[in-house]
Design a protein around this ligand. Structure first.
Ligand code: PMP
Length: 417
């Protein structure tokens, strides 16, 4: 009998029959409150009627209008709509299918546009699983161990992880910027450095917002040295953090922005945006792909952007995120196993630590598995696997957040015995 590869590591035993809004209905007949959203993908909730209608209508017109052969209206419409939300000056968009592919496209563009080879990434960053994207990923060795050699020209600098170091944020930022300057002096000269690549909030690396002062420090150094600043907004973008883009919590803007996941509510599509003058430095045909910018995905993305705007979902993310974080902090006060609660909007991480402050992955895993029994789906993250992450849909209601908090606390209580 054929079976699924054991290489897949499934966080829950749930088999989905159907799903709507914040709820997943299993073939076991149970309803689960979904605080995973397919790793931050089903932004408008599962099967939002507007997204379903747009995709259905497009399927009846054309499914695959291969974009290096012909063009299709949904992609043109999506490109125009993205213009309303992209930072000023990022007026040229290229599409792919997944986050990893878009990350690779951004790296390729930065190297071609600067004619420099090296990329600086920041500790704990997650940028994908293709070989090049895994080479840029420092959120854990499991993403890259065993299949070296990786892509050359990648250098890692420190991330201002204040909680881990027991520092205040200002000290952590000063340290990390100093480390970056040191790296540019000692290992990868600015003249050899094409780009800095960073997530506005670490995702798989531990649900840690990147301090605004660090983002701004990167912008200053990028300007000073002619280095491209790339923001990987694959997980933090599209309303997730209570602003449309994660980087909007700081005053820094990117030269290249990467988006995927939440942009199409579950249909595969990703994009990079950059100034036209920069995009023009990559010769036509140097980027492409068979499936990129799929017509059904693009129609779903247009509907997603419409729903986000009309239902005021970025604001909902901020307000419900505050509710979620306040509730989590109350739970933290009752359970010493919770060392830290942090996050922005509907991207909240709960870090479990032992009495001596060291990461406690066993408790985090037990809590994550326990939430499933309580009827709440959650995930873990972090290099040590000791952070439970909560990623509700942007349409989540006040009542659903309250239910999620109750179920989360029940799972923590069961583990804490
Ligand atoms: N960048 C970030 C910030 C991500 O969170 C992810 C996926 N977790 C990726 C890139 C890779 O995206 P994909 O899995 O679609 O290739």
């Amino acid at each position: 009998m054929t079976s699924l590869s054991p290489v897949l590591k499934q966080a829950t035993p749930v088999v989905v029959d159907h799903a709507l809004g914040s709820w997943i209905h299993g073939t076991d007949g149970r309803a689960y409150l979904d605080f995973t959203t397919g790793i931050g993908v089903t932004s408008t909730g599962h099967c939002h009627p507007r997204v379903v209608a747009a995709a259905r209508e497009q399927i009846g017109k054309v499914i695959h209008a291969q974009f290096t052969t012909v063009m299709h209206p949904p992609l043109l419409e999506l490109t125009e709509k993205l213009g309303d939300v992209l930072p000023a000056g990022l007026d040229s968009v290229f599409y792919a299918n997944s986050g990893s592919e878009a990350v690779e496209a951004a790296i390729r563009l930065a190297r071609m546009a600067t004619a420099r080879p090296n990329i600086v990434v920041f500790q704990g960053g997650f940028h994908g699983r293709t070989v090049a994207a895994a080479s840029l990923t420092t959120a854990g060795t499991k993403f890259s161990a065993g299949f070296a050699p990786l892509m050359a020209g990648v250098h890692m600098s420190a991330f201002p992880y204040a909680y881990r170091y027991g520092w205040d944020e200002e000290t952590a930022v000063a340290f990390a910027l100093q480390e970056l300057d040191y790296l540019l002096e000692t290992r990868t000269a600015p003249a050899d450095t094409a780009a800095f690549l960073i997530e506005p909030a670490l995702g798989d690396g531990g649900y840690l917002p990147t301090p605004p002062a660090f983002m701004e420090g990167l912008r200053q150094r990028a300007d000073r040295h002619g280095i491209a600043l790339i923001f990987d907004e694959v997980q933090a973008g599209v309303g997730r953090t209570g602003r449309f883009w994660g980087h909007q919590h700081s005053s820094a803007t990117p030269d290249i922005l990467i988006t995927a996941k939440g942009i199409a509510s579950g249909f595969p599509i990703s994009a990079i945006a950059a100034p036209t003058a920069m995009m023009a430095k990559a010769w036509p045909g140097s980027q492409g792909g068979t499936y990129g910018g799929n017509a059904v995905s693009a129609a779903a993305a247009v509907a997603t952007l419409d729903v986000i705007e009309e239902e005021d979902l970025v604001e909902n993310s901020r307000v419900r995120g505050d509710q979620l974080q306040a509730g989590l902090k109350e739970i933290q006060a009752r359970f010493p196993a919770i060392g830290d609660v942090r996050g922005l909007g509907l991207m909240q991480g709960i870090e479990f630590t032992a009495a001596d402050g060291t990461p406690d992955a066993a408790t985090a895993t037990a809590v994550q598995q326990g939430t499933t029994s309580q009827g709440l789906l959650t995930l873990t993250c972090g290099p040590a696997g000791n952070v439970v992450r909560l990623i509700p849909a942007l349409v989540v209601t006040q009542e659903e957040i309250a239910t999620g908090l109750e179920r989360f606390e029940a799972a923590v209580a069961a583990v804490s015995g």
